[in-house]
Ligand binder design. Structure first.
Ligand code: FES
Ligand code: FES
Length: 149
């Protein structure tokens, strides 16, 4: 076990874990942060998508040792207090979610996309690789355009 300190949703956080343990396990099993979902564990489904220093990343394939001293944001930290992030509000307005399992990752991917590209095209949105088994892709596209507006 090694001690690692990073910023988690704005709070300095220290956790003991093996250096090669994926951050997703650290978040969910050691810190009780369960917004990032475990789908594949190999960086394909994107259900765990969160932000590392503001960019989308997949904690299931990122060792906790790579996160020391950096800023991790999960869906739990996206809102500004009681004020929802525009992407979260757009998701509600467009009634995007079905089962909901993929949605934290979808929202975090969308927020990172809009931070980098405030007015994405349909093609930009369709390039997101987050999988939704319920097929909410058309509502996701509408919600991202709404949030961009
Ligand atoms: S659980 Fe991380 S990409 Fe699938
Ligand atoms: S809403 Fe069910 S998997 Fe996306």
């Amino acid at each position: 076990m090694t001690s690692f300190t990073f910023t988690l949703n704005g709070t300095t956080t220290t956790v003991d874990a093996p250096p090669d343990e994926p951050l997703l396990w650290v978040l969910r099993d050691r810190l009780g942060v369960t917004g990032p979902k475990y789908g594949c564990g190999v960086g394909v489904c994107r259900a765990c998508t969160s932000h590392l220093d503001g960019a989308a990343f997949n904690p299931c394939i990122t060792p906790v040792g790579d996160c020391a001293g950096r800023a991790v944001t999960t869906i739990e930290g996206l809102a500004d207090g009681a004020a929802l992030h525009p992407v979260q509000q757009a998701w509600i307005d467009e009634d995007v979610a079905q089962c909901g399992f993929c949605q934290p990752g979808q929202i975090m991917a969308a927020a990172a996309l809009l931070a980098a590209n405030p007015h994405p095209s349909d093609a930009d949105i369709d390039a997101l690789e987050n999988v939704c088994r319920c097929g909410t892709y058309f509502r996701i596209r509408r919600a991202i355009h709404r949030a961009a507006g």
